[in-house]
Design a binder for this molecule. Structure first.
Ligand code: HEC
Length: 461
């Protein structure tokens, strides 16, 4: 506000400044203490002292009672504690019962940190806000500032002030009382007559700040109610963008331009040793040649004239065979495990766990899953084959092993859930199932043949 405005304002309301109280100035703290005691004994309580340094005993001399702030803070702390306990009891024990590490619901030792934090939080805020409130702060101006003498309060003078709002205040009697003490001077403190309105520039600035403060919330609100195809804002990049090569990309680092590097000839990487062993493959990799090349690409293990010299020494694992086509590999036709009772039992257990759901307990492709799928009559279902089909019967054991390991057509691979040993046992059991449907009289021990009867129609299936 500029001067002309100021004048205009004061012209509008010509009011003599009000007296706010008396202020006595002292040379030293002893006089001040003495005067303060006198004022206190006269019963005045709305008093204050201003000194350039802390004066011991001044609060006693002024009759200032100890503050009740600690008590208020204690109450606030207890409120915080109760709030935290109630909140956690209600959240974990009533509103959203959720088992966390098997702990009981409601209040547990795990509630201590939150209770501690809320106790501190409530106390801290109450200390600060309570201190401000009890002191009547913030106060932008004090009438004592109007006196030019008062500037020395921070330098070498001591002041005692009696406020006009005191219960027993009487202008004359206070003046008399203060004249009787050994004061340098005694002045009546007048009201601060400078305008009390906030300058318009500050108001405007504050308004702008408040408006600017609304911008982030407005952006968040907008984002929560609208859609965007753009990726999220990336504030922290972490390692999200880094120079690297993905499979099938090209590179300029190597002469052949391939970022995926082939195996060094003659080496076997970890976990690939199994790929050299018929026990794990179901076929003999050493016998694989460039077979059936229009259907499948197997790089020769023995033929050193193969196209890519860098792939020479490695047998590539057979890729999933083209739809419907059976892989043409030198499958084992003899089981690499013993056909004993233990293995048959293992095979039966594993077959019933992993295969029967689709292929049925007897292998006719009539498992529960197959039946259910058929009853849904959706044309997307590929029925599991009967293991008694002529085609499957004729398959060498290695091929069935391969079917379990790699999958076949619509059937998925079970290699991750069934160990090779168990897979061979399943093959053994499948072979036993197949044999059971094609037995002839020679399979029955001679001494038991007499007890056989003619099969019923249902048994001839
Ligand atoms: C989720 C159902 C399902 C399970 C479980 C399942 N199969 Fe199959 N299986 C199929 C289907 C479907 C086919 C027919 C695949 C094709 O020809 O597309 C099939 C085909 C086969 C074949 C014939 C492959 C050929 O060459 O035609 C054999 C052998 C076989 N399964 C064995 C097994 C064994 C052993 C298990 C247990 C480890 C098993 N399956 C578990 C669904 C299943």
């Amino acid at each position: 506000m500029n001067n002309s405005e100021h004048k205009l304002k004061s012209n509008k309301e010509p009011r003599p400044p009000k007296a706010c109280g008396w202020m006595a100035e002292f040379e030293n703290e002893h006089d001040l203490l003495h005067a303060a005691e006198k004022v206190r004994d006269a019963g005045y309580t709305k008093t204050d002292a201003f000194t350039p340094f802390p004066v011991h005993g001044i609060d006693h001399a002024l009759g200032i009672k100890p503050t009740i702030l600690p008590f208020i803070v204690l109450c606030a702390g207890l409120t915080g504690l109760c709030t935290a306990l109630l909140m956690q009891w209600w959240m974990n024990g009533v509103d959203y019962k959720y088992i966390i590490s098997g702990k009981p619901f409601g209040i547990t030792p795990a509630s201590i940190p939150v209770s501690f934090e809320l106790t501190i939080l409530f106390s801290a805020f109450t200390s600060v806000l309570g201190m401000l409130a009890l002191n009547g702060l913030p106060k932008f101006s004090n009438p004592v500032f109007t006196s030019a003498k008062f500037d020395r309060a921070t330098n070498d003078r001591f002041f005692l002030y009696v406020d006009a709002t005191d219960k027993y205040y009487n202008r004359e009697s206070v003046r008399e009382l203060l004249s009787s003490v050994d004061a340098n001077s005694l002045d009546e403190v007048m009201e601060d007559s400078t305008p009390s309105e906030m300058p318009r520039a500050i108001l405007l600035g504050a308004l702008l700040l408040v408006l600017a403060g609304l911008i982030p919330s407005a952006i968040v609100l907008n984002m929560r109610s609208s859609f965007s195809d753009l990726p999220r804002w990336h504030v922290f990049f972490d390692m999200d963008f880094q120079p690297k090569k993905k499979p099938q990309q090209t590179t300029t680092i190597f002469k052949d331009g391939r970022s995926m590097r082939p195996q060094v000839p003659g080496t076997i990487s970890r976990g690939q040793l199994e790929q050299q062993d018929p026990f794990y493959l179901g076929y003999d990799p050493m016998k694989v040649t460039s077979l059936d090349t229009d259907k499948q690409i197997y790089v020769s293990a023995v033929d050193s004239t193969a196209a890519s010299p860098s792939l020479d020494a490695t047998v590539q694992p057979p890729a999933a065979s083209p739809a419907g086509g059976a892989p043409n590999l030198p499958f084992l036709d003899k089981l690499p495990i013993e056909a004993n009772e233990e293995n048959i039992k293992l095979g039966k257990t594993k077959y019933e766990i992993y295969c029967s759901a689709c292929h049925g307990y007897a292998g006719f492709g009539d498992g529960l899953v197959a039946k259910r799928a058929a009853s849904l009559a959706q044309d997307t279902w590929a029925p599991p084959s009967s293991l008694h089909l002529d085609r499957v019967q004729k398959q060498p054991v290695g091929q069935i092993f391969h079917t379990i390991s790699k999958g076949q057509g619509k059937m998925a691979s079970y290699a991750s859930s069934i160990t090779p040993q168990e897979r061979w046992s399943i093959v053994l059991y499948v072979k036993a199932l197949q044999r059971s449907r094609n037995a002839n009289i020679d399979d029955v021990p001679v001494e038991q043949r007499g007890s056989l009867t003619e099969p019923t129609p249902s048994q001839t299936k």
